[in-house]
Design a protein around this ligand. Structure first.
Ligand SMILES: Cc1ncc(C[n+]2csc(CCOP(=O)(O)OP(=O)(O)O)c2C)c(N)n1
Ligand SMILES: [Mg+2]
Length: 773
């Protein structure tokens, strides 16, 4: 027996065996009132305990079914909740309107929450089984992954990346609290748009957010970021109604959490109120969860609920846990089986006999088996088109209309608010603007026209950004809409992820591209995948401004001149904007915000630092890189759609096409002017969008000359040029094509950087060589 205790069959047998044995014991307790509490002052009524027993049993049978389906080749996911079913009591302590981001072992929570809705509204058995068999009919992810998620249950699907949902949960709590304050914090900005209704989150004012996770996950950087940010926020007086639930089974796959570590680590977190319960004991879990939830709800402050659980049947179906656990240890956990504990509670409190519970267990088991038989043959996603359909749908016409309407509002109903925001002098009345000034003015306008927009990041508020790009925004709109965050990129993006879910329009800033990378999964695994894993039911619209690219004068080195965008370009569905010019930056930023609003698009808006304050193009004082600000009435006419390049033409002939972006645009324009003087006609194409690439424009402009030079300031390997050249090949381009790109290295400090970066001389040499070819 001991050697096979990990199997679903044995777990099932044990439960039956125990209840059968108990059924022969004389019942001493008289039948109790279903409204009475089952034990002491737990607050858990007998009726509730029975319902939760059902949820626990349902979850257990789903785990057993997952193993059977897997063995039959019909199921694709076996990580289960067995041993964690005490989390049903956490659901019972919450309201079904409290948004939840769940651990993959929170199956009983899911079932218990489904039970809180009117009968038949959500069928947890069918939902979960469909996830297991990757049925396209699965209601939240549609067969894209086995997740716990449901709009009816306010359960937001999470990915399998440990703890990656925790920073989002912090953001969600932030969004809930903002909304609770009547949305007034949003509207409090002096220049909010009164005629626009700020979309409020679909949760009640007094909702709280909850997120669950395992014990090993407590150590993850994303988790520590979330704990720290919640505590930090609490310390500053910011209210965050968030309950962290740690389901502590003592193991992370095969690695033990050192005895006492999880409790010590969670207790030591400043700003987090610690609660602990035996997660195998339903009544105790309920009592402690209820008190924790009530405290969070009342005080709007973060707390942690540490539940001691056990893990039954190993980590997942394929896990042979006897390889790393002693049989006695496994046996010990089995004895703590929460289902048996709840059964005992019901029997001891006179609510049910062992035989009644056994027959209930069998009845639910039968229902699960029946449903499994029905869903196992359901169609799967049948084509690449079906798989990607919800990833990042784009409606460019609506986006364009949204830009036009924002302009109409700014020129109409919001005229006074806008004038006020600009201190009486709107930017279009001034002269040519730099890139930094243009972005600053555009952000000002966006905060006027979009009352749900928030600007935040490191140093963006009081200082106005390292380069002054957000200067004055806090004064104009107040600290509720423009604020400094703590120094943690994961938390900055997490805040955006939750705020976006909560109906806001976050515009976070990452101070330097090099510092995105430690937080990149919040973009890749979380932001970009939200629509994919929820079929668009949930979205996290966001425009992440990132200062980046190279060529900074006087402030060198890799960290402030990171020019690697490969990590962004392959994130499915992510829009990557890389404006070079002030006027393009303004239009493109408006596009990104409109796309966020209309389609829930997640964009990275990559700002070339070296061009922030550049005014001239060809000669000192020519002002060729500055551009006038486009007034709102013309935003519609000057709209730049996602994925459309900008072209420039030099000279009378059409001999060469230079395809470039960012700093490369300015350098290439200068080279093109020199070539034109020498009689060579040349086109320069500014890609403007690095994802999706402007394929049609690339192909057309390349074909026009038959000689293409790609000027790519990013690294040769994985750089943008690779994408451009592949685009040309894919399109059947047969002309000449060359590229120049940066050397595959980190950038050194000082003038040595010029040895590895693309420079104007190199561009000119390459262009002349191509012209001579
Ligand atoms: C970031 C990340 N690293 C590694 C993994 C692989 N992995 C999946 S579950 C797991 C252990 C998690 O342990 P714990 O947090 O205690 O949760 P439990 O499975 O025990 O409930 C690991 C390492 C992952 N999913 N995500
Ligand atoms: Mg664990």
């Amino acid at each position: 027996m001991l050697c096979s205790v990990s199997t679903s069959h044995d777990l099932d047998e044990r439960f039956r065996g125990a209840l059968t044995a108990w059924s022969t014991q004389p019942t001493t307790t008289p039948a109790a009132d279903p409204h009475a509490t089952v034990r002491g002052d737990s607050g858990l009524t007998a009726a509730q305990a029975r319902e939760l027993f059902d949820a626990q049993v349902t979850s257990r049978h789903l785990d057993l079914a997952a193993r059977r389906l897997r063995a039959d080749g019909a199921g694709f996911y076996t990580i289960g909740s067995a041993g964690h079913e005490g989390n049903a009591a956490v659901a019972a302590a919450l309201r079904p309107t409290d948004p939840a981001l769940l651990h993959y072992r929170s199956g009983a929570f899911y079932c218990a929450r489904a039970g809180q809705l009117p009968e038949g509204k959500v069928d947890p058995i069918r939902d979960v089984l469909r996830g297991i068999v990757a049925s396209a009919a699965e209601p939240i992810a549609g067969g894209r992954h086995k997740v716990f998620g449901s709009t009816e249950l306010n359960i937001i699907p999470t990915t399998s990346t440990i703890a990656s949902h925790l920073p989002r949960a912090v953001g969600l709590a932030f969004a809930i609290e903002r909304a609770r304050q009547g949305g007034d914090a949003l509207r409090a900005g002096r220049h909010a748009a009164p005629e626009l209704d700020t979309p409020l989150p679909p949760w009640p004012r007094d909702a709280i957010a909850v997120c669950s996770f395992g014990d090993a996950s407590v150590n993850h950087a994303s988790a520590t970021a979330a704990f720290n940010t919640a505590g930090w926020s609490d310390f500053t007086g910011l209210r965050l109604p968030l309950l962290f639930v740690c389901e502590d089974n003592g193991l992370g796959i095969s690695v033990r959490s050192p005895a006492g570590w999880v409790g010590a680590a969670l207790k030591a977190r400043p700003g987090l109120r610690y609660h602990h319960a035996d997660g195998c004991d339903l009544a105790q879990t309920y009592a402690v969860a209820r008190s924790a939830v009530a405290w969070v709800r009342r005080h709007r402050r973060p707390a942690v609920l540490h539940l001691r659980t056990v893990r039954l049947m190993g980590h997942a179906g394929a896990d042979a846990e006897l390889a790393y656990r002693a049989p006695a240890e496994i046996e010990h956990d089995l004895a703590l089986d929460p289902l048996l504990r709840t059964a005992r509670l019901l029997i001891d409190s006179g609510q049910a006999t062992a035989l009644e519970l056994l027959s209930r267990y069998d009845e639910i088991g039968w229902r699960v088996q029946h449903a499994a038989a029905q869903v196992r043959e359901e169609p799967k996603l049948a084509s690449a088109a079906e798989v990607v359909a919800p990833l990042a749908p784009r409606r460019p016409l609506r986006v364009a209309r949204s830009v036009t309407r924002a302009g109409e509002r700014a020129a109409g109903a919001l005229l006074a608010a806008r004038a006020d925001a600009f201190g009486g002098t709107p930017p279009e009345r001034g002269g040519g603007q730099t890139l930094a000034q243009s972005i600053n003015a555009t952000l000002t306008d966006l905060l006027v026209t979009h009352p749900q927009a928030l600007v935040f990041g490191e140093d963006v508020a009081r200082k106005g950004g390292v380069y002054g790009v957000t200067k004055g925004l806090r004064d104009r709109f107040g600290p509720a809409r423009v604020f400094d965050t703590l120094l943690d990129e994961t938390s900055i993006l997490g805040l955006g992820l939750g705020a976006g879910l909560g109906g806001m329009l976050p515009i976070p800033e990452i101070q330097y591209l090099a510092y995105l990378h430690n937080a990149e999964d919040q973009l890749r695994g979380e932001a970009a995948s939200m629509r994919f894993f929820s079929q668009g039911a949930y979205r996290n619209p966001m425009v992440v401004r990132i200062a980046g690219l190279a060529y900074q004068k006087g402030f060198g080195g890799h960290f402030h001149n990171d020019h690697s965008v490969a990590v962004l370009r392959d994130i499915p569905g992510l829009v990557v904007a890389a404006p070079a010019r002030p006027d393009d930056a303004a239009a493109m930023l408006r596009t990104c915000v409109a796309a966020a609003e209309v389609d829930g698009t997640v964009s990275v808006f990559l700002e070339p630092i070296a061009l922030y304050h550049t005014r001239d193009l060809h000669h000192d004082g020519d002002g060729g890189w500055a551009a006038p600000y486009v007034p709102p009435a013309r935003w519609g006419d000057t709209h730049v759609p996602v994925g459309r390049a900008r072209g420039y033409s030099f000279g009378p002939t059409d001999e060469l096409t230079i395809i470039t972006f960012g700093n490369g645009v300015r350098m290439s324009l200068r080279v093109a002017a020199r070539l034109a003087e020498a009689g060579h006609g040349c086109r320069v194409v500014d890609l403007r969008w690095l994802a999706p690439l402007p394929v049609a424009d690339i192909v057309r402009e390349a074909a026009a000359t038959g000689r293409v030079l790609v000027v790519d300031e990013t690294r040769r390997t994985g750089g943008v040029a690779e994408g451009v050249l592949a685009t040309l090949v894919d399109a059947g381009y047969v002309g000449l094509a060359r590229r120049i790109a940066a050397v595959d290295t980190f950038l050194p400090l000082g003038p040595a950087a010029d040895h590895v970066l693309v420079g104007e001389d190199a561009i000119e040499r390459a262009a002349r060589a191509l012209l001579a070819a």
